[in-house]
Design a protein around this ligand. Structure first.
Ligand SMILES: C[S@@+](CC[C@H](N)C(=O)[O-])C[C@H]1O[C@@H](n2cnc3c(N)ncnc32)[C@H](O)[C@@H]1O
Length: 422
């Protein structure tokens, strides 16, 4: 608990870091704080906290915090070294959605009738990740199970494919619990393929736990582990600008049908940006897990699992929204005001999660009136179910070709290998 408490704030503004460290000291969540360069004194703190390098001993780990914002190549990144074994690098940019989640949340509530939304990023904080983990353990949630089974079956081919490209970077977008990635890394390691695995995700705690368990369970000899905290957008920027990424051959993995949380056009544009960011000669290929199931009854069961974990997860966006917006938003985002509602949208090939207002709701937030009518819908997250032709349509405008596919015939789940056209 201790480290989650303040480390999640470590990489935001220095002032927040100081406040968080101070509180952590007060609550005896950390053992000690050591600083290397005195800049700012915090009254009452046992030590002086600075805007430079900070060493913190928590009850479990030792963290080193480096403020590298003065370095031109670092995109305002700061890195936390944990016990010297793997790094978690904060690549969030100042104006990016993750850092401006509050603004985005308010923006979503100000949209016209039935276009209102809560940003899906709200679902992926610590608590949201735990709820999602509960969902993937359910036998009804077939996407996770089917992709895992497919990977177990085809992991030799997939690892050989990655190794054959000579990639020395494997970047995974939205890495989550990394359980499935572990299968691929184990095989790559056995092929004596030296590379660095970069796990990108938005949530620091999730990255930390997942990397630690990968490291403990796999004992890799040829693969370095590193995590990037940020969004897909931040990762595209990082690829384009960081010294660390420049000139290295890369494979990008995107598993778990996460790509289909985006609209098809948006997803295609993002793939295009990833290709451009590295220079086509560096991009070896994308390996992307996409759910193409068209069996509506199976989909309905998977997205409303018995026991209600999916509903709790979707509702969690309300709590996360309240945390972003503060007490002013309670009148609108209080849990009792909303009913869970979700539906398969056949036109868009996607399952859409909504909350519906039980009554007309109003609040004044940051001086602006927010009004939601009774029965109005608030969108949270969609999960697309894309067929092979959808994938073709998405990737060809980006100069990518579908070069290989490993699929599960009964459900229509595919693991696609996309690469730059010759
Ligand atoms: C559907 S889960 C998939 C997790 C994992 N890849 C798997 O297959 O089990 C989506 C993951 O993407 C992350 N994520 C969601 N939106 C993101 C964004 N905009 N940028 C980076 N990561 C994101 C979430 O935190 C979550 O871990």
């Amino acid at each position: 608990m201790a480290k989650e408490f303040y480390i999640s704030r470590m990489d935001s503004k220095v002032a927040d870091t100081i406040a968080a460290v101070q509180l952590a000291l007060d609550k005896r969540l950390v053992k000690s704080v050591r600083t290397q360069r005195k800049v700012i004194c915090v009254p009452g703190c046992r030590d002086e906290i600075i805007a430079g390098n900070i060493s913190i001993k928590s009850l479990k780990h030792e963290y080193r915090y480096e403020d590298c914002s003065s370095s031109p190549s670092s995109i305002n990144s700061r890195s936390l070294s944990i016990e010297g074994t793997y790094r978690i690098v904060d690549i969030r940019q100042e104006d990016a959605p993750l850092t401006n989640l509050r603004t985005q949340t308010l923006e979503g509530l100000r949209q016209p009738r039935n276009q209102k939304y809560l940003p899906s990023l709200l679902l992926w904080g610590d608590e949201g990740q735990q709820l999602y983990d509960e969902i993937v353990r359910s036998k009804h949630y077939y996407p996770y199970r089917v992709e895992s089974e497919l990977l177990k079956l085809k992991v030799g081919d997939i690892a050989r494919k990655i190794a054959s490209t000579g990639s020395d970077v494997l970047l995974e977008l939205g890495a989550g619990n990394m359980e499935k990635t572990g299968l691929i890394l184990r095989h790559l390691d056995a092929l004596d393929t030296p590379l660095t695995y970069y796990a990108l995700d938005v949530d620091h705690t999730a990255l930390e736990y997942a990397l630690k368990s990968l490291q403990d369970s796999l004992k890799l000899r040829n693969i370095n582990l590193c995590a990037l905290q940020g969004t897909y957008e931040d990762a595209a920027k990082w690829l384009a600008t960081s010294e660390e990424a420049r000139g290295r051959k890369k494979t990008i993995a995107w598993l778990g049908n996460s790509i289909a949380n985006l609209e098809q056009g948006e997803a295609g544009d993002l793939l295009g940006r990833f290709s451009e960011a590295q220079g086509v000669e560096c991009l070896q290929g994308f390996i992307i897990g996409i759910d193409g199931c068209q069996d509506v009854s199976r989909i309905n069961k998977a997205y409303d699992i018995p026991g209600g974990a999916t509903r709790r997860w979707v509702r969690y966006a309300l709590k996360a929204g309240r945390l972003q917006l503060g007490p002013e938003a309670d009148a609108v985002l209080h849990d009792d005001n909303w009913q869970w509602a979700a539906a398969w949208n056949p036109g868009n090939h996607r399952y859409e999660n909504y909350l519906t207002a039980r009554k007309t709701l109003t609040a004044t937030i940051d001086g602006t009136m927010v009004k939601i009518e009774e029965g109005e819908r608030l969108h949270t997250l969609s999960s697309g179910k894309w067929t092979r032709s959808d994938v073709d349509r998405m990737c060809s405008p980006q100069g990518l070709v579908l070069a290989d596919i490993w699929s599960s015939p009964d459900v229509g789940y595919g693991i696609y290998w996309l690469q730059p056209a010759e």
